[in-house]
Design a protein around this ligand. Structure first.
Ligand SMILES: *[C@@H]1O[C@H](CO)[C@@H](O)[C@H](O)[C@H]1NC(C)=O
Ligand SMILES: CC(=O)N[C@H]1CO[C@H](CO)[C@@H](O)[C@@H]1O
Length: 488
């Protein structure tokens, strides 16, 4: 069997990481690779990241940004072909490149398809014969391949424990029943989490549980699960994974995006013009807005948002998805030019959030953004768009109290389907921002709480902190598993 070759490396542990086709997955997988490589001296842990050709640049840019040119070359990148997907334009291999929701769906379905994906991934895995595999939730067959090769498989979750478990419990208890307008998440500690049907992820609304059930049994089957979170953020939910028997082992390793050496963080941001702009603004005065790389937003909504920002007379920095063809209302750019900045390129979000001028983050509640806001101590105004983001919103607003909804409960219909989401009007946008940003208001209260979590997040990642310990425990366990296999 090919597996014997994996022991020829002596003390080294060769790990293969296979992220799904979205920047929000590829980045944390790359950050995990960096952490794994740094967890032992002398290149004992050697990570390889497997992506499709068009996404290599994402891995490379994370390595460059994080390692400042000091890539210890122990981290390798390998590629495998992206499958031919009917209806999907050639070269679109990333959710960020999908120009329509239909194309996003095509990518998601392709990633879950045994027939489309497994052959290329299996060939790659067998050729590399790693000592351990870190897989993404879409690739449910990887645990079987790992088993055949006799190596441990770790399911790496780029989303938090709270949203993942909420979805799991809603599925297990089949809660999204027809005629039930609001679902309550079963078997969660107080506060009870109630979510209108329209805000549930599509897999729950359509009651198409097959894929999710397969993901859950893959996670149970794996050696363990690793999550980009820290126990100080969502301890009760983290503990549930092992206690309820959902997984064999669980490791909480985040926030992985924190700098390895904080001293290098502040300066050396390649694109510093955004930071220079922030330097001219008073503390906590700027609203930063970004909705991630995946969400589609209607032009009508973008117009209302633009006019709402104008009406507040506040400073703002707004990242507009590069794939968006929207142009602001006539004359708007001129009217806000002294206090508003639109960013249509890659934004150094971590450095922006860490800047003292930023007073609030209007976010779609993507998990990476939430972790970055927590680490920087920035309170959030939540405006979820897709997938599990409406669930993550409840963690921010109802459990942790580190943010508020942009559009209050009862104000109008929000939906995970962007065509059904009612447009949030100018006045509501302006009112929410003004209330949140007013001194002594809800934004300041949320800031006090998120600042406390910020210091906990840094402590978790520091030497001896919970995430740091879990990373070492994980590597120890993988080493021991390989040792056990070698002596068989
Ligand atoms: C603004 O924030 C920075 C960083 O936290 C702090 O050093 C500075 O004193 C603050 N300035 C004012 C005017 O409060
Ligand atoms: C072809 C393709 O989809 N490549 C993309 C990989 O992801 C980055 C970041 O979203 C895009 O810039 C590439 O174009």
């Amino acid at each position: 069997m090919a597996s014997t070759t994996s022991n020829s490396g002596g003390r080294t542990l060769r790990v293969l990481l296979i992220p799904f086709f979205a920047t929000s997955h590829i980045e944390p997988f790359t950050e995990l690779a960096i952490r794994l490589a740094a967890s032992r001296p002398n290149a004992v842990v050697r990570p390889t990241i497997a992506v499709t050709p068009a996404n290599v640049s994402i891995v490379q840019s994370v390595l460059e940004r994080r390692l400042h040119g000091h890539n210890p070359s122990t981290i390798k990148i390998v590629t495998y072909p992206f499958p031919m997907v009917e209806g999907l334009p050639k070269g679109v291999e990333n959710l960020g490149k999908a120009s329509t929701p239909a194309d996003s769906l095509r990518i998601n379905l392709a990633a879950l398809s045994d027939a489309l994906m497994r052959p290329a991934q299996e060939t790659l895995i067998r050729a590399l014969s790693p000592d351990a595999i870190f897989t993404d939730m879409h690739f449910i067959w990887t645990s079987d391949i790992a088993k055949e090769l006799g190596v441990p498989c770790i399911a790496f979750n780029v989303m938090g424990a709270f949203p993942m478990l909420a979805v799991r419990h809603l599925i297990m208890d089949n809660v999204a029943v027809d005629g039930n307008d609001v679902a309550t998440v079963p078997r969660f500690p107080v506060p009870h989490i109630r979510i209108p049907r329209t805000e549930l992820p599509d897999i729950l609304r359509s009651r198409n549980y097959d894929a999710s059930n397969m993901v859950h049994s893959m996670q149970a089957d794996c050696f363990g699960i690793a999550i980009n979170t820290f126990s100080g953020l969502e301890q009760q939910y983290c503990e549930m994974y092992v206690r309820e028997g959902y997984v064999k082992r669980a490791y909480f390793l985040g926030p992985l995006s924190l700098q390895l050496q904080p001293s290098q963080a502040a300066k050396g941001v390649a694109d510093s013009r955004f930071i220079d702009w922030l330097d001219t603004k008073p503390n906590h005065s700027v609203v930063y807005l970004s909705f991630g790389t995946c969400a589609h937003i209607s032009d009508a909504q973008l117009d209302e948002l633009a006019l709402g920002l104008e009406a507040t007379r506040r400073s703002f920095m707004w990242v507009v998805r590069a794939a968006e063809k929207w142009a602001p209302p006539k004359g708007w750019e001129k009217r806000v030019e002294d206090r508003g900045l639109i960013i249509r390129v890659w934004a150094p979000q971590k450095a922006i959030l860490a800047h003292s001028a930023v007073g609030a983050f209007v976010t779609q509640c993507g998990w990476n953004s939430v972790l970055e806001a927590v680490a920087a101590g920035v309170p959030m105004l939540t405006w979820p768009k897709v997938y599990e983001q409406f669930i993550t919103e409840r963690l921010i607003t109802e459990v942790l109290g580190i943010g508020e909804r942009l559009w209050p409960l009862g104000a109008g219909l929000r939906s995970e389907n962007y065509r059904k989401h009612e447009v949030i009007p100018v006045d509501d946008v302006a009112r929410a921002l003004n209330t949140f940003m007013s001194p002594g208001g809800p934004g300041d209260m949320a800031r006090n709480k998120v600042m406390d979590l910020a210091s906990k997040s840094h402590a978790a990642m520091a030497e001896g902190g919970s995430s740091h310990r879990d990373l070492h425990r994980l590597v120890d366990d993988l080493m021991a598993a390989r040792g056990a296999k070698g002596s068989r």
